[in-house]
Design a protein around this ligand. Sequence first.
Ligand code: NAD
Length: 296
Amino acid sequence: MLDGPTDIPGGRRPGRPGDGGRAEGASKSAGTPRSMLPAMELNGTAAIVTGAASGLGEATARDLAAAGCRVVVADLSEQQGKAVAEAIGGLFVRTDVSDEQSVQEAVDAAASAGPPLRVAVSCAGILFAARTVGRDGSPHPLAPYQKVIDVNLIGTFNLMRIAAAAIARTEPADSDGQRGVIINISSIAGMEGQVGQTAYSASKAGIIGMTVPAARDLASIGVRVNAICPGIIETPIYGSGPGREDFLAKLVAPIVFPKRMGTPAEVARFVRAVVENDYLNAEVFRFDAGIRLQPR
Ligand code: NAD
């Protein structure tokens, strides 16, 4: 039975270089000013990242691995996922985030990877565009709407709930009683979707809407929940068709500064900053160089 942040066994994690070998559970109390204490330690922990075969997920998996995490690369794409896992010394688990059994198996792999599972990042996502009533007068098809909700929203909820249940079984990592962090990738389209984005925007707004109640739900097990809303980031999600450059130029035009697409590495660095800062919780962060999406 887990009682929450006040029930804290101490001293579970070995110290890290520079902290005088201080044990983890006792590390954030004994007289050291908080401003001088280390952030959430990632070295020697496990993490799971969905959508990690490509784009933001891949960059995030690489960054977490560089910080010392054993990362489970959870993705539908077997070939790319295996290559990423191999490159970072992680583990690929073929995962369909919309299928709860599949997510359970990926989380089980992360939870039994050796080090304690501390981080779950939902990056798996798909795009779809259609007007609510098409130019030909026909209503938005329902099947793709349901598919986008299944992958982007239910997939994110699947990882959050199943990973949090696994994280709850670990010992607290520090004297706050913190056990782990969930990061859900939403989108600025969840706030200001463009023409044709009812399905995508609804799925991403759902992620935003879950943030505060999930953080409240998971506080008792010492798990923080934050959502990140990227703007326009250069990844394969925009496809490779002939109209790609024109399409992207239109998207980039309203960016305030720097006037370019963001990079997956910049997103990954921000994910890590949010993970590592113990005081960030229940927040929705725009990550967009000041853009406000235009109607089209
Ligand atoms: P991407 O296409 O490069 O990567 C998405 C990954 O998700 C792929 O590896 C794909 O195989 C995987 N995936 C798709 N469906 C899946 C499923 N059912 N189960 C498991 N994995 C699945 O895209 P990206 O740009 O890196 O996007 C990552 C996330 O960031 C998405 O949720 C996307 O909506 C969001 N986002 C991206 C941008 C952007 O500009 N790139 C902006 C805002 C939000």
